[in-house]
Design a protein around this ligand. Structure first.
Ligand SMILES: CC(=O)SCCNC(=O)CCNC(=O)[C@H](O)C(C)(C)COP(=O)(O)OP(=O)(O)OC[C@H]1O[C@@H](n2cnc3c(N)ncnc32)[C@H](O)[C@@H]1OP(=O)(O)O
Length: 423
């Protein structure tokens, strides 16, 4: 009798991991083989206890893994999130409910662990809404035509920076060390909601210290912006191609990483990238939708938008904890009623924000001001969507006149949410 597909956790056996990695390669159409070097390189980054999948007829046919993550919320506090990644179902097994089973198991474990929410970067928009996730932070990418920016290309380095700092090229080891420390400051800023922590392992991957067969890693250039006192305030990693045409340089610079803890540093790093000889175009990679870049240019249209899409999705799990952890733009009270088929975030919650921007939140029996599915709270939580807009879309029901406008005033954030990292 044929055996039923089995939903199970990965074992400690390297052969089991090998088969599981092969299923990811298959599910993401990367090929069918995974060599022993790759198994060895990936092993240290995978916690078998948080790695599951479906096993059928002697092979893994579905994969799902989670990692602990710290996610910055409006105001700068961080909350523990269950980061979901490596989700695949082999083409032979799709649309039979395997993802639904893995998700139910994964979210139950996250809820039991006490995570405030689950987070992921979605491969396609329609996949995760049904599981209670909502798009919480968007991303934008630009391609800048340097000649059209209107910037003075005679830029003279440090003399151009406002705070007397300087840009220095550094090697990979120094970048891994200094940028990692700076990133800890970056992600704790009150307006950097959506940022996530980077592990020591992720820094090694970024800087070439940890390689995977076939990853195509070419060491980028690394630079730091240091202020007048020599303290790192910004970091950039970028690559430049080698394209020439009829004896003319036509290079494109591509940004891999750029973040800063001061506006001076952020502006200076863009100015640096846009002043390089030979470089006609700068591709920004994924940025905040309200990145300084376009408006930094005398002609912002020189930055052509090449992508604008949902990026970070959030799935509420512990609503009182989530709502009490962030800060609010004005004092006020709102009662939310959440519907959640899975039950994790179901209920009515009274949020009361004080004069100082902090808030308390608890379950209540009071009449609700606003009713919505749990995923809509995922969308509203980081302040990057308008309640009025969701009411107009029929996704939030306003039970008391003026409640949507009041909630908008509460949830508003000064800068848009941004998750700089794919995970
Ligand atoms: C965080 C990440 O890792 S993102 C990466 C996600 N992975 C991929 O995109 C790789 C390619 N795709 C796949 O591997 C699979 O199609 C998955 C993982 C997206 C879905 O797995 P499945 O086991 O087929 O999903 P499952 O059968 O549980 O589907 C549940 C419901 O979601 C719907 N659904 C699932 N995937 C999609 C999709 N890509 N687009 C639209 N609807 C979808 C199904 O139709 C089903 O709807 P129904 O209940 O109304 O019938």
């Amino acid at each position: 009798m044929p055996q039923r597909p089995e939903l199970r956790t990965l074992s400690d056996d390297p052969d089991d991991l090998h088969g599981w990695l092969r299923a990811i390669a298959t599910g993401f159409y990367r090929g069918t083989e995974v060599g022993p070097e790759e198994v060895a390189a990936r092993r240290g980054g995978i916690d078998p206890a948080r790695t599951q999948g479906v096993y059928d007829a002697g092979r893994w046919v579905a994969t799902y893994r989670t990692t602990p993550q710290q996610l910055t919320v409006p105001g700068g506090a961080v909350l523990p999130s269950c980061a979901v990644t490596n989700v695949t179902v082999s083409p032979t097994h799709r649309r039979r409910g395997l993802l639904s089973e893995m998700m139910a198991r994964g979210l139950t474990a996250a809820k039991e662990r006490g995570d405030a929410f689950a987070s992921l970067i979605s491969a396609e928009y329609p996949i995760y809404g049904r599981f209670g996730f909502g798009p919480a932070a968007w991303t934008a990418e630009w391609e800048v035509e340097v000649a059209r920016t209107g910037l003075d290309r005679r830029y003279s380095g440090p003399a151009d920076w406002d705070d007397g700092g300087r840009v220095d090229l550094v090697d990979a080891a120094e970048y891994a060390h200094s940028a990692a420390a700076l990133h800890e400051v970056f992600r704790a800023q009150p307006h950097r909601q959506g940022a996530v922590d980077r592990t020591e392992r992720s820094w090694r991957t970024r800087t070439g210290g940890l390689r995977f067969p076939g990853d195509g890693f070419v060491p980028p250039f690394f630079a730091l912006y240091r202020d007048a006192d020599g303290r790192p305030r910004g970091a950039v990693a970028y690559a430049v191609d080698n394209h020439w045409s009829a004896a003319l340089p036509e290079q494109t610079a591509t940004v891999h990483d750029l973040f800063a803890t001061t506006a001076d540093a952020e502006r200076a790093l863009w100015r640096y990238l846009l002043a390089m000889d030979w470089v006609l175009r700068v591709r920004t990679g994924p940025r905040a939708p309200d990145d300084l870049l376009p408006l930094l240019l005398p002609d912002p249209r020189a930055a052509k938008t090449t992508a604008h899409a949902d990026f970070l999705w959030l799935r509420p799990l512990d609503v009182p904890r989530m709502l009490a952890a962030r800060t609010y733009a004005v004092p006020g009270t709102v009662v939310l009623e959440l519907r959640d088929k899975a039950g994790f975030a179901q209920g009515r919650f009274r949020l009361e924000a004080g004069e100082d921007g902090t808030a308390a939140c608890e379950a209540t029996r009071a009449e609700p001001d606003l009713c919505m599915d749990a995923g809509e709270l995922g969308t509203l939580y980081l302040g990057d969507e308008s309640v009025l807009r969701l009411v107009a879309l029929g996704r939030v029901a306003e039970q008391r006149e003026g409640a949507a406008a009041r909630a908008d005033a509460l949830f508003r954030t000064a800068r848009r949410a941004w998750c700089p990292d794919i995970f």
